[in-house]
Structures are given as C-alpha cells and as structure tokens.
Write a protein that binds this ligand. Structure first.
Ligand SMILES: Nc1ncnc2c1ncn2[C@@H]1O[C@H](COP(=O)(O)OP(=O)(O)OP(=O)(O)O)[C@@H](O)[C@H]1O
Ligand SMILES: [Mg+2]
Length: 309
C-alpha cells in the first residue's frame, strides 16, 4: 500500500490555525477519510508516493473506470488536496480559465473539498536549471499565462488597500522608512496608470514550474489574483536566494533576474520593482512573527534595498 499522508506533513499542517474554513488539526483528522472518498468517487488508484507541499499533498494516481479518457494515453493524473485557506480557494477556477495554456491541465475539481485532479507532470522543476535560463522560462510563461480574469478571483486592489493601511501600522521589524515607503507604494500602484488587470499567478517561483510532455515547462500552484501583471515577478527574486552571491554582487543578481523576466514578459521594470518592495515588506512583517524567521527578514531588507538603489 503506497503511503498516502506523510507524517511530517500531518504534523506541520496540524499547527495551522483556522484561516476562513477549518483548523489544520481538524482537517488532518479528516484527511484519511477525505482521501479514501475521493479515490473511490473519482475511481483512482495511487501509483506513486505522495509529494507534500506546505499546505497540500499531491498523489500520483491512475484513472480507472469511466473517467479514464480524461488523462489521455498515460491514464495518469495527480490528485491534489489542500488544507482549506483563502489563497487556494480559486486555484481550480484559474486552472480552468488557463485551460492548459502555460499551466497544468485541470481534469476535475471539487472546490468545496479543495480537491483537484491534475495532469501528471514530470518531477523535474526549474530549480535544477541555471538561474538566468530559469528566469527566461518564467518570463515566457508569464506572457503565455496572460489572459482576462474572472469576478470570483480575489482582487489585487483589495490586497494593496489592506497593505497600505497595515504596513504603516506594522511594528518596526525593518527600518520605518521601508514600511512607510511600501505602504505608500501599495496605495499608489493600484491607482497609477496603466491599470491593466489580468489573471495573475502570484507564486511563480522555480519549484512551481514543472517539466511536461506537451510543453517543456508548465506552471502549477497559482495562488490566483486579478490585477497588475507586474505583481507576478517577485517570487523569482526571493527564491534561490543562496545563488544571489555576496555583498555588492547581490544587487546585480537581483536586478538581472528582474530585467530578464520583465523583458521576456513585456513588463514595466519600475512597477515590478515597486511591487517587489510591497511584497517583501509584507513578507518581512510575517517572517518577524516566526521564531525562525530572522534570516528571512534580513533577505527582505537586502531585496528592498536592491529594488531602491
Ligand atoms: N501536476 C503535477 N504533476 C506532478 N507533480 C506535481 C503536480 N502538482 C504538484 N506536484 C508536486 O507536488 C508538490 C506540491 O504541489 P504544489 O506546489 O501544487 O502544492 P503546495 O502545497 O501549494 O505547494 P507550496 O509548498 O509551494 O505551497 C510540487 O512541488 C510537485 O513536486
Ligand atoms: Mg508549490
């Protein structure tokens, strides 16, 4: 019997407090039954061990019975089940809107149970590809993913309006002037022209891009929003941070990643830098609440400085 729920995943998720739906502990307690029901109802058979993310598990499966044709010749798919929280609530809707263009294909979904059945992609992700090339891939994917959004997807304007208030009130975990700058930018960015609003993949980092059969690379795990596409660049700057170099090199490495992605995706660098400042300030405030978050706060300051200079 393939092991379905990794112990470290159950342990970690059990610590999550309710974020709109159910506590991590209560959800983990229901998870064995939820998985068994989904495997039964959707006629799936596990074929490989589960991969655990921060909030979800992804289980490779074979489709049995009447649904077989969904998955093409391989007959395989991945069942992803997520601990219910707002960021994940419109994942299925976004994947449905992309309909396989630049992103993993969605075979079926049960939004109420935060369960989706996905095209099975390769285990290989962009973290093993040289970083400049990986940034080119991310820039190209961002331009492929650009399309109109849907009214049910959360709006970036609302996130920005919240940040404009909360960052100004936040404790000085990083120098006050950065908090104030980020709060001001959050307010300005959503009123400053041009106000192009598209469906956004707000978490396009190297591990959320997997190799595939039908395209060299496809995006997974979108944490969708509707708004300014320049918002999408930042995760490729704060991930793979051990490859940024040291001292004066860091600024150059960050600016190079930003330039490559903006060039490939046709984005305005100034807006991408400004959104990165807002997002990294938000990340710093979150990381400061985590007893192990000190290095993350320092990284945020380095990135904010590099975006300013
Ligand atoms: N369609 C797929 N095909 C193959 N593997 C997949 C697929 N979807 C997810 N995975 C694997 O499961 C892992 C977790 O998936 P995903 O990134 O969607 O979940 P998550 O919990 O939202 O992740 P994160 O930790 O980034 O928040 C991926 O990194 C990947 O290794
Ligand atoms: Mg992920």
């Amino acid at each position: 019997m393939i092991h379905l729920i990794p112990a470290h995943f159950a342990h970690r998720v059990s610590t999550y407090p309710i974020d709109g739906y159910v506590s991590g502990e209560d959800w983990v307690a229901q998870l064995p039954r939820l998985l068994a029901e989904l495997l039964d109802e959707w006629e799936l058979e596990p074929v490989a061990p589960t991969t655990a993310g921060a909030c979800s598990i992804a289980l490779p499966v074979r489709l049995l019975g009447s649904g077989r044709d969904l998955a093409g010749v391989s007959g395989e798919a991945v069942l992803k089940v997520t601990w219910p929280h707002p960021e994940a609530a419109s994942e299925a809707l976004a994947l449905q809107l992309w309909n396989g263009r630049g992103a993993v294909r969605l075979y079926r979904a049960d939004p109420a149970r935060f369960a989706i059945l996905l095209e099975r992609l390769h285990p290989r992700d962009l973290s093993s590809v040289p970083v400049d090339t990986a940034c080119e891939v991310i820039g190209d994917l961002l331009s492929r993913l650009r399309r109109p959004s849907h009214p049910r997807v959360p709006r970036l304007v609302e996130y920005a309006e919240r940040q404009a208030v909360e960052l100004r009130r936040a404790p000085p975990v990083i120098p006050r002037r950065y908090l104030d700058q980020a709060a001001a930018l959050a307010g300005e960015l959503v009123t400053r022209e041009p106000l192009e609003e598209t469906l956004l993949h707000t978490d396009l980092h190297f591990e959320n891009v997997l190799g595939a059969h039908r395209a060299p690379w496809l995006a997974i795990d979108p944490k969708p929003m509707t708004g300014d596409p320049a918002f999408e660049v930042a995760p490729a700057l704060w991930n793979r941070s051990d490859e940024l170099g040291t001292g004066a090199e860091i600024r150059g490495s960050l600016r190079r990643r930003l330039e490559i992605i903006c060039e490939r995706a046709g984005l305005d660098e100034g807006r991408a830098r400004a959104w990165t400042i807002v997002r990294e300030t938000d990340n710093a405030v979150d990381a400061a609440q985590d007893p192990h978050g000190r290095n993350r706060v320092s990284l945020a300051v380095v990135i904010i400085k590099a975006m300013n200079d």
